[in-house]
Design a protein around this ligand. Structure first.
Ligand SMILES: NC(=O)c1ccc[n+]([C@@H]2O[C@H](COP(=O)([O-])OP(=O)(O)OC[C@H]3O[C@@H](n4cnc5c(N)ncnc54)[C@H](OP(=O)(O)O)[C@@H]3O)[C@@H](O)[C@H]2O)c1
Length: 295
């Protein structure tokens, strides 16, 4: 029989069933992430861009979708619930336009209690469909980040349909310049952003060394499909995961940790201060402690 505390927690959506095992697993992951984000906020208080969490579900062979794209349900219901809880910890959620075109996601919080994050879509050519599910929420309309030269007519249609369109400089490869975008998002008042994919966005976010932490749900399945991380010429710039934690969730392995570059100072992100993103000014560092071990 469920104990009173279990019932109260279940009503709040804190537990998924009355098994102690599952309750402990769930509280562990989400509490640690909440602490970690609070700690990052403390350490990065003056940083001009938001805290960035990269999150996605992949198969054991590193795929996030079938070959050639399309939708694939990889994670189990408990990992999905965790994903929704992680959404509640962030002000905004970011995906690439191909994910919108393939999955037509809502990016809302439905499997947990908490606020919906603000959806942001990377869409340099304004391919965003006017009838996408992201347009259906009367309370939160998407922010569409596009290039300076994107079609004005389509921009007006999207604005008329309720979206916010922001123009951001493009990188040399024609994609949205992520460091510029995140600075802009920070200026708009969003302190934390969850990046949910797809593959091109995951690869670009990793290669630009802009994310602070990663949370991966690894499903025990082989897919042989679209790799989460594409082969990348900038592989030397890929960050590594530190302070790694992992937990089983009903057969899925959830792994999370801090993303840090081994030896590259990404000064372009800190034009005024020239501060390294390895956070030497963190109070914990100043005391000679490991910065995020307890998170
Ligand atoms: N398993 C999971 O957790 C998960 C999560 C999300 C998605 N997915 C899957 O991922 C697949 C889609 O992935 P995808 O790689 O094809 O596309 P994607 O990452 O969703 O979107 C990539 C597109 O976004 C635009 N973009 C603009 N600026 C960008 C930037 N700086 N970095 C990256 N992209 C930028 C580009 O299109 P323009 O040039 O037109 O701007 C680019 O082609 C779908 O099959 C979806 O189901 C899986």
């Amino acid at each position: 029989m469920a104990r009173p505390t279990d019932c109260a927690q279940a009503q709040r959506g804190d537990v998924m069933n009355t098994s102690d095992d599952h309750r402990v697993q769930k509280v562990d992951v989400i509490d640690k992430l909440r602490n970690r984000i609070a700690r990052l906020r403390q350490c990065l208080g003056n940083r001009p861009r938001p805290i960035i969490t990269l999150t996605y579900a992949q198969s054991i062979d590193g795929c996030i979708a079938p070959f050639g794209g399309g939708t694939l349900q990889l994670s189990n219901s408990k990992s999905q619930q965790l994903t929704h809880q992680i959404r509640t910890l962030h002000d905004a959620i970011l995906v690439g336009i191909n994910t919108v075109l393939c999955d037509d996601p809502r990016l809302t919080v439905r499997l947990a209690n908490g606020n919906d994050p603000q959806p942001i879509v990377l869409d340099s050519r304004l391919r965003f469909p006017l009838d996408a599910n992201l347009m259906r929420d009367p309370c939160i309309r998407p922010i569409i980040a596009t290039g300076q030269d994107a079609c004005e007519n389509k921009e007006n249609q999207l604005i008329a349909a309720g979206a916010r369109v922001i123009r951001v400089p493009l990188q040399a490869d024609g994609l949205i310049d992520l460091s510029q975008l995140f600075l802009r998002i920070g200026q708009m008042g969003f302190d934390s952003v969850m990046v949910e994919g797809g593959s091109k966005v995951i690869t670009n976010v990793l290669a630009s060394q802009i994310a602070d932490q990663i949370i991966l749900a690894i499903a025990p399945k082989f897919v042989g499909g679209l790799r989460a991380v594409n082969p990348n010429e900038a592989w030397e710039q890929m960050p590594q995961i530190h302070d790694v934690h992992c937990q089983m969730m009903d057969g899925d392995l959830v792994v999370w940790g801090q993303l840090r570059s081994a030896n590259v100072l990404n000064r372009s992100l800190f034009p005024q201060t020239g501060v390294s993103r390895s956070l030497p000014e963190c109070p914990a560092n100043a005391k000679g402690e490991e910065p995020y071990d307890e998170c």
